[in-house]
Design a protein around this ligand. Structure first.
Ligand SMILES: NC(=O)c1ccc[n+]([C@@H]2O[C@H](COP(=O)([O-])OP(=O)(O)OC[C@H]3O[C@@H](n4cnc5c(N)ncnc54)[C@H](O)[C@@H]3O)[C@@H](O)[C@H]2O)c1
Length: 303
């Protein structure tokens, strides 16, 4: 059984948002130990401080896209606690722009963190999960692992792949009779820093940030990313504890998942409506949407 009580659990990207909430909820449900890591050590430490006495904690700086660092981290965590039962491969980043404006470096960054980070986390911890006799791999995909969206070709590629990877691994583990279960998580809109971080990264990379992109971020934060991460964490861990191989987080995720399956050709209409709502907001702010601007005669295509 994948009950959390008494287990050793690992959460990546645990310095913020869903990852921090997962770490807190695992401790609240009586995990014996929680290993908390983030690319930003100080945020992982801040999460650890929020966890009261009674739970063993290991904190570390970990960049999930660094394979060697992940291998060393898995040995260190297993050495510290003697066993590992659950890994929550949660760390992830977003970046949006049309394919014509997205260069290879940006694709590599998103795939390295969102996909390779999940593959490394699964493979490096698998021997320990198997040895525990009661292991569980939890990989965080997205609603965008079910449904594509404009401007998110890298993010969607990474999140669809996380889903395919996890579902295939589930067959392998079952086929080999190994004591490890899997859960792929598809959150809808959760109130976290993901959109702010994406914009912060774009600025730090010297990319032009237009008023339309600023407005889109505000629109996402106000209208779409609404669920409290603590609630999302409870839904995820309820799913893990009941051995659910697939967890949809939020009514938006459930509704759009059904729509994509039931209306495979017509569901993009839902996004047409959303885009129109967004364009109205833009116009109310005096910004002309890009879709209504004349197409440049020769637009550069980035590589
Ligand atoms: N917020 C949403 O609406 C939403 C929806 C669907 C899926 N998700 C997914 O949920 C996961 C968590 O995102 P969140 O919304 O909590 O965002 P967040 O930005 O609040 O948290 C992400 C955390 O990951 C860390 N991180 C970034 N790059 C890293 C790296 N290379 N190595 C280790 N840590 C790294 C960040 O420092 C941050 O603490 C992501 O995989 C995201 O794609 C989020």
């Amino acid at each position: 059984m994948s009950e959390v009580r008494g287990k050793v659990c690992v959460v990546t990207g645990a310095g913020s948002g869903i990852g921090r909430a997962l770490a807190l909820e695992l401790a609240r449900r009586g995990a014996r130990a929680v290993a908390i890591s983030d690319i930003k050590l100080e945020t992982a430490e801040a999460t650890a401080e929020l966890i009261g006495a009674g739970t063993e904690i290991h904190t570390a700086a970990l960049d999930v896209s660094d394979r060697e660092a992940f291998a060393a981290y898995a040995s260190e965590v297993a050495g510290t606690f003697g066993q590992v039962h659950q890994i929550y491969n949660n760390a992830g980043v977003a970046d949006n722009d049309p394919v014509t404006e997205f260069d290879y470096d940006r694709y590599e960054r998103i795939l390295n963190v969102n996909l390779w980070g999940v593959i490394y986390g699964t493979k490096e911890f698998l021997p320990h999960l198997i040895a525990s006799g009661d292991g569980h791999v939890i990989n965080v995909s997205s609603l965008n692992g079910i449904m594509a969206q404009q401007g998110l070709s890298a993010y969607c590629a990474s999140k669809f792949a996380v889903r395919g990877f996890t579902e295939s691994v589930a067959f392998d583990l079952k086929g080999e009779g190994l004591p490890v279960r899997t859960t792929v998580v598809h959150p809808g809109g959760i109130k976290t820093s993901i959109a702010d971080s994406a914009m912060e990264w774009a600025r730090s990379a010297g990319l032009p940030v237009t008023p339309e992109q600023e407005a889109r971020k505000a629109f996402y934060n106000e209208k779409l990313l609404k669920m409290d991460p603590a609630r999302a964490a409870r839904i995820v861990i309820d799913g893990v504890e009941s051995n659910n191989p697939r967890v949809l987080v939020g009514n938006d995720a459930k509704m759009l998942d059904a729509l994509v399956r039931l209306m495979p050709r017509r569901w993009p209409m839902a996004f047409g409506l959303l885009e129109r709502r967004f364009e109205k907001e833009l116009e109310a702010r005096g910004i002309q949407p890009k879709s209504k601007q004349p197409v440049a005669e020769s637009r550069p295509v980035h590589h």
